[in-house]
Design a protein around this ligand. Structure first.
Ligand SMILES: Cc1cc2nc3c(=O)[nH]c(=O)nc-3n(C[C@H](O)[C@H](O)[C@H](O)COP(=O)(O)OP(=O)(O)OC[C@H]3O[C@@H](n4cnc5c(N)ncnc54)[C@H](O)[C@@H]3O)c2cc1C
Length: 402
């Protein structure tokens, strides 16, 4: 068993660590407090990442072609600024379908994607259905060459700023569900922002589709069918692609973001842990550094153990995705729960170790704590992840929510 990254993965990690510290380390605390990124800021961020070879455009997609690089990206970006992660993470879902879209859509959207001027969203959650995505109410009625889409999506990352969204819909007659790749310029929708305790700079909002007219060739099945006929496939790794044949496409698609969320949590927790280790060496009470008090040592031990375990689970989940092993469903769900809940505990201890300073806005501990608290809900709540993991253990007939 090899626990080491390859030389290429190490170089990717080191370059990204260096970039994050240099580019965002000095501004993160102030800018995060000011609220969601504007679209212009997001485009600037895209372009900066593209300049170091990271992006959601076909040229710079290496982190999506090697799931381990995606894991490293999730961890290292979040270690400095968790709010950046949904932009490239969720934005990637519509982006991977763009190169396979109709010539008409590709002609407009691909150049934007290549220039870093594309912001994407994955819109499934609805006000009524929540976790129960089988019950979505957004309808797509086929009328001639167009789908007419009606419904509301909520708590969607990049909702307000995105230009292209991958939207979950159902047929009003049969109830059959699919996704539509919808371009705002051609098929406009309305949005409204939502506010939350963490990931402050990440845009989150609602999307309202009111008789929105979408060309029928933008339906997921139609895109994949036409791509298959032309000998094209999704620009993802072979193993990840294999999962699409053994699991349902949506289940397969969500394994990578969920493992990524687990490692995103590790990044936030690691930042809080490193700050705590430094503080424990410097802060003196009762005539000695607090790191010499046994109760502080116990907290550091617990924090370190949670991080090490969450990291192992996260990269184990990534490994199964790389190999196309259907156990990726169980492991990515577990990695998401364990990582998120561990980050909450680690950042709680980190504030405790810092005393009053931990609560102050002068230090980033309160941001780590707020960002960690986010991790147990988006991309599948801890409860749903536990039910999915256990269903895969018990097998057919044991789904707790079917
Ligand atoms: C910042 C942020 C970004 C997000 N980004 C996106 C995005 O980009 N795209 C997207 O589609 N969605 C996104 N979401 C939505 C997210 O996926 C949902 O919030 C989540 O799936 C839960 O839905 P809900 O909030 O309606 O909770 P509810 O479904 O109302 O659940 C409430 C509580 O009940 C529990 N629960 C529900 N059903 C069961 C059950 N059967 N058994 C046990 N417990 C249960 C839940 O775990 C939760 O604790 C985002 C959310 C946030 C906060």
């Amino acid at each position: 068993m090899d626990f080491d990254f390859t030389e290429e993965q190490r170089m990717f990690r080191d370059a990204l660590q260096d970039f994050m510290q240099r580019e965002y380390g000095p501004i993160v605390d102030k800018r995060d407090r000011e609220g969601p990124f504007t679209r212009e800021e997001e485009i600037e961020i895209n372009k900066k990442f593209q300049a170091i070879g990271i992006g959601i455009d076909p040229e710079n997609m290496k982190a999506y072609l090697d799931p381990t690089l995606f894991g490293i990206m999730s961890e290292e970006m979040s270690k400095v600024w968790a709010s950046l992660t949904p932009l490239l993470g969720m934005g990637a879902i519509p982006a991977i379908y763009v190169p396979l879209a109709s010539d008409d859509m590709k002609g407009r959207v691909l150049p934007r994607l290549e220039k870093g001027e594309f912001v994407g969203a994955f819109a499934e959650t609805e006000p009524e259905a929540g976790c129960d995505t089988r019950d979505i109410q957004t309808t797509a009625r086929l009328e001639g060459d167009y789908y007419i889409v009606n419904g509301t999506k909520t708590w969607i990352s990049n909702a307000v700023t995105c230009d292209t969204a991958f939207v979950g819909v159902k047929d009003p007659e049969t109830g059959a569900q699919t996704f539509l790749l919808i371009e705002k310029e051609v098929s406009p929708w309305e949005t409204s922002p939502l506010h939350k305790i963490g990931w402050n700079a990440s845009d989150t909002g609602e999307m309202f589709f009111d008789n929105c007219k979408v060309p029928k060739e933008n339906e997921m099945g139609a895109i994949l069918k036409s791509a298959f006929e032309k000998g094209q496939t999704l620009p993802i790794s072979e193993g990840f692609m294999k999962l699409f044949t053994t699991l349902t496409p949506t289940t397969a698609l969500l394994t990578l973001p969920r493992a990524g969320m687990g490692l995103m949590s590790v990044g936030i927790a690691q930042a809080a842990f490193e700050a705590s280790v430094n503080y424990a060496k410097e802060r003196v009470t009762f005539g000695k550094p607090i790191g010499k008090h046994q109760l502080i040592q116990n907290m550091l031990y617990e924090m370190n153990l949670l991080i090490e375990t969450a990291r192992l689970l996260g990269y184990k989940a990534i490994d199964t995705i790389s190999k196309g092993d259907p156990d990726a469903r169980r492991l990515s769900s577990m990695a998401k729960v364990y990582g998120g809940e561990s980050a909450v505990k680690v950042t709680y201890h980190a504030i405790q170790i810092h005393g009053a300073n931990g609560l102050s806005q002068e230090l980033p501990l309160e941001r780590y704590f707020r960002d960690a608290r986010m991790q147990t809900i988006p991309d599948g709540t801890s409860e749903m992840m536990k039910l999915i993991s256990t269903y895969t253990i018990l097998g057919k007939g044991f789904s707790a929510y079917a």
